[in-house]
Design a protein around this ligand. Sequence first.
Ligand code: SF4
Length: 316
Amino acid sequence: MRAFTFERAESPQQAAQAMASHKNAKFIAGGTNLLDLMKLEIETPAHLIDVNGLKLDAIAPTDEGGLRVGALVRNSDLAADAGVRKDYPLLTRALVAGASGQLRNKATTAGNLLQRTRCPYFYDTNQACNKREPGSGCAALKGVSRQLAIIGGSEACIATHPSDMAVAMRALDATVETIDAAGKTRRIAIADFHRLPGRTPHIETALMPGELITAVTLPRPVGGKQVYHKARDRASYAFALVSAAAILQPDGSGRVALGGVAPRPWRVEAAEAELPNGAKAVTEKLLAGASPTDQNAFKIALAERTLAGILSQARA
Ligand code: SF4
């Protein structure tokens, strides 16, 4: 690990100002992803800004009837919150599908959204990776791609976003709240938060340099039956090959989103009109235009079966 300097931020705006005044700085909260990346020298920040003391760890109702989740709420606390379990059970189910209990106790809401891909070539500094080193190439395109994206990728990168929580938040239409060094706040729809790679896979979100996430807001509860399922190579502590979130209403309408298939949580609202016609029809629209590799084409069938499973569970 490379040497770095360290400071504790005293307010959200001061944290953003500290970021703006240092070259190559990073915020640190739970550190469950960042510290691993620093040990491997994939991330080499010269300065760390600890945001753990910013009192952004409350879960509170909003005036609109929704829930405001502080950026520093730990994944375990969010999953266990009585209001979340009652009104947003999809979120609890997605959270407990992610990582291990120990990691969920440390990992934060904002950090979960910002975690980096688990593409094996991103973690191997001997391999070309446009995300780690812009312009160096992408070893995954001709390499082992079983875990990687089947849709939304580009010739520069086919990595997936690894979060389960973000898939549920996409289905729930969450909003990300931020603050910058000037104290200006911003609200970003989760649909616009994670970027597709295009030619710049190293730019992963809509955040501006130095912008700090302060909260994630969930809109009024939508009700319905909410189910999340994660298909993976082993039963725990593994990332999704495919995951699926569904919110199904009594009249047959609903929402669906997929994880493990794209560089961001994958939801296509137009596909949800096909819900009365079953999982195959939904999957065909959801994954229209998919361009899998020979090694991960199985994800299309797996997505359809995973969706069929959760829709039947929701209808039962
Ligand atoms: Fe890097 Fe993306 Fe290629 Fe993986 S798929 S090696 S993260 S550029």
